[in-house]
Design a protein around this ligand. Structure first.
Ligand code: WTA
Length: 658
């Protein structure tokens, strides 16, 4: 069990502004207004299983209908839609083609150098089938894990769907992670194949993905990996290992365009996705077939409500859960057109996003608060140069959004006209859990508003008791839901302890602890206050402080390290590391740079510490625990408040203050 999640719950400023949903109500909407919304909420509450049953039968295709809706006889291990057989790639492709939508564009993609591809559902189906057949040729069978380490190219989505088609769970590793981080994930998941590219465009540079794969596989360190499939993207020269490496363009085109979708059991694995926790190495979050598909599908439909002629754009990377659920599975399961962009805005291209919205007439735009804050900083004159009138709905995800950024997003990007959906969720929840339904729920700047139909959440204290209105507490989810993670790959004990036993169970009922603090206001609106465990959120990227500490300590000069988050205007949080050195080693500016690069090498650029402070000792309790609360205050330049009586050596604090 981790340390007690305490002392990080503070009250936040009261926000009184309210924006009505009325202007947006349209009769084609999946939830047409407040009455319809309340009806769904009530029916989900009164008869949850019947509600999920009806939605699952209505929204997904079944080769064989399920026999039971939810089996919760062995909590926290849920089974949803047992006995049913379906296939996620069938739900995302075949059924739309069978419904006459084969010529509709499924994916519009724009590459970093400006190249554009439009792929219809029919074409996507054929590419997926060919890739699925190629994976079979490489010996991949149902149940084998396939790792993806890809840039943001359509082949990433094609590969995911190809895996789903043959029942091979995928494990997508964000292309910004280092070869070390990739290796850990390949070993933990026992991947059989790695799908990658020669390289990818990242900001104004080319990053070599294939080289990183080669390094990860060096010295036979991942013996389960038998083949590597390489997409040609940047045309950089790469080394090729005959008998192991294959070019995508040589292996795929000659394959058959037909590959029957495997009939998958509801609880067969769809994917594993690694995410950071407060202890140990990143954990492989396991999602299964039907429940995940239903949840990604329904939440996408309820919240974004994409009409048949509209284009939807989520700016995430497929390496994160947002890319899984809201670039690939949610939109495609609904038969929508999903836009995919390889690049990111940066000083050399500050208007990149707005240019795309104008050019591709994007209707629904979903991004992260960190991006919005960066746009705010560079000024409205940049977006004001573009025609953004196609937009009708704006979304945000990944970290708490401050009311100022929310208002700017609404006024400048949405021209006061587009509702904003602030969506709270996690890798573990599979899809959004708390969000306004834009046609039905009034919004308040900075609040994710209310849980979606069928989702019951609460804010509790460490005893598991509900707290009063406006009191901070721990955000918990009180009932199983279809998109919930099923376990941690290879570690069901850690799954139970981390999420279901972290807070004391009340009345023997297990509740899911999200790791976030929250407050509920008098109208029942939720205000997410950020992580309360040792996870930090840097630009919407989730990192475990312990992972960064381990990376630092793996350097031979470092004796001990403690990492905390410091509030940052742009990134949400910035990484601050306190480091003690091995005896005989000297602090120096050079060492500072070396240690920062060392972390980048061990994890990836997203984990680079903003600041490293050298010290002779870390503040510890008498039982030897590092007092992070003190370090957090020191890192953010605050006065150290609260009890320091358990501090073993008070001189340490004085030294650190200096
Ligand atoms: C944070 C990303 C406030 C939160 C989908 C959560 C948010 C973690 C919001 C999950 C939001 C995500 N408001 N905080 N709208 N959305 N978070 O697994 O701390 O990468 O626990 O999933 O991001 O990060 P993850």
């Amino acid at each position: 069990m981790g340390s007690e999640p305490s002392a990080r719950i503070e009250t936040v400023l009261q926000e009184e502004r309210v924006f009505e949903p009325s202007q947006f109500v349209r009769k084609e909407a999946s939830i047409s207004g407040i009455d319809h919304y309340l009806k769904i909420i009530d029916s989900a509450k009164a008869h949850p299983e019947r509600f999920w049953q009806e939605e699952a039968l209505k929204e997904l295709h079944w080769f064989k209908p399920f026999e039971s809706v939810l089996d919760w006889s062995n909590p926290p291990f849920a089974r949803w839609f047992d006995g049913g057989k379906t296939n996620v790639s069938y739900n995302c492709l075949d059924r739309h083609i069978n419904n006459g939508k084969g010529e509709k564009v499924a994916i519009i993609w724009e590459g970093e150098p400006g190249d554009v591809r439009r792929i219809t559902y029919k074409e996507l189906f054929e590419e997926v089938c060919k890739t699925a057949n190629a994976l079979k040729d490489l010996g991949i069978k149902k149940g084998d894990l396939v790792a993806l380490y890809m840039p943001m190219v359509p082949e990433a989505a094609i590969a995911m769907l190809a895996c789903a088609r043959i029942g091979a769970p995928h494990s997508v590793v964000f292309g910004g992670f280092s070869s070390e981080a990739l290796r850990d994930r390949l070993i933990d998941g026992q991947a059989k194949v790695v799908i990658t590219a020669d390289g990818g465009f990242r900001k104004d540079k080319i990053i070599s993905l294939k080289d990183a794969v080669d390094t990860a596989l060096e010295d036979n360190s991942c013996p389960t990996v038998k083949s590597v499939l390489v997409v040609k993207r940047t045309n950089e020269s790469v080394s090729f290992n005959a008998g192991r490496d294959y070019w995508w363009h040589e292996l795929i085109p000659s394959q058959s365009k037909e590959c029957p979708a495997e009939h998958m059991d509801s609880e067969d694995r769809l994917f594993v996705l690694y995410t950071s926790g407060s202890t140990g190495k990143p954990k492989g979050v396991v999602h299964t077939t039907s429940g995940y598909n239903l949840w990604a599908h329904l939440t996408f439909k309820w919240i974004f409500d994409v009409q048949d002629n509209e284009v939807y754009w989520c700016t995430a990377d497929v390496g994160w859960i947002t890319g899984h659920s809201y670039i690939v599975y949610g939109p495609l399961s609904n038969g929508s057109t999903t836009f995919m962009y390889e690049g990111v805005p940066r000083p050399s291209k500050p208007g990149a996003f707005w240019e795309i919205i104008q050019k591709h007439k994007i209707n629904i735009f979903y991004t992260a608060p960190t991006a919005i804050r960066a746009f705010m900083k560079s000024g409205r004159s940049i977006p004001d140069n573009y025609d953004l009138s196609s937009l009708r709905l704006l979304g945000t995800v990944g970290e708490p959004i401050n009311p100022e950024a929310w208002m700017w997003y609404r006024e400048v990007i949405g021209r006061d006209n587009c509702p904003i959906v602030d969506t709270w969720w996690q890798t573990e929840t599979g899809g959004v859990m708390i969000s306004p339904i834009p046609t039905a729920v009034s919004t308040k700047p900075g609040s994710a508003t209310m849980p979606l139909p069928g989702i019951e959440v609460d804010v509790v204290n460490a005893e598991g008791e509900s707290v009063e209105t406006d009191q901070g507490g721990y955000l918990v989810i009180k009932r199983p839901w279809p998109g919930m993670m099923r376990t941690i790959h290879g570690n069901s004990k850690r799954f139970r302890e981390t999420y279901w036993e972290y807070l004391k169970p009340r009345d023997g009922e297990l509740v899911y602890f999200a790791g976030d603090g929250a407050r509920r206001d008098k109208d029942g609106y939720y205000w997410i206050m950020g992580r309360v465990d040792d996870v930090i959120n840097v630009s919407g990227h989730r990192l475990g402080t312990m992972e960064i500490e381990s990376a630092l300590v793996s350097h031979p000069f470092v004796a001990e390290a403690a990492v905390v988050g410091r509030p940052d205007e742009l990134k949400g949080e910035a990484i601050v590391a306190f480091v003690t050195l091995e005896s005989g080693k000297e602090f120096s500016e050079d060492l500072l740079i070396i240690l920062k690069s060392h972390v980048v090498q061990e994890i990836g650029a997203i984990a680079r510490p903003e600041e490293i402070r050298f010290t002779n000792a870390l503040p510890k309790t008498r039982s030897g625990k590092i007092m992070r609360r003190l370090l957090r205050s020191l890192a953010s330049g605050e006065e150290v408040k609260g009890d320091t009586s358990t501090l073993e050596d008070r001189n340490v604090l004085d030294e650190l203050r200096k």
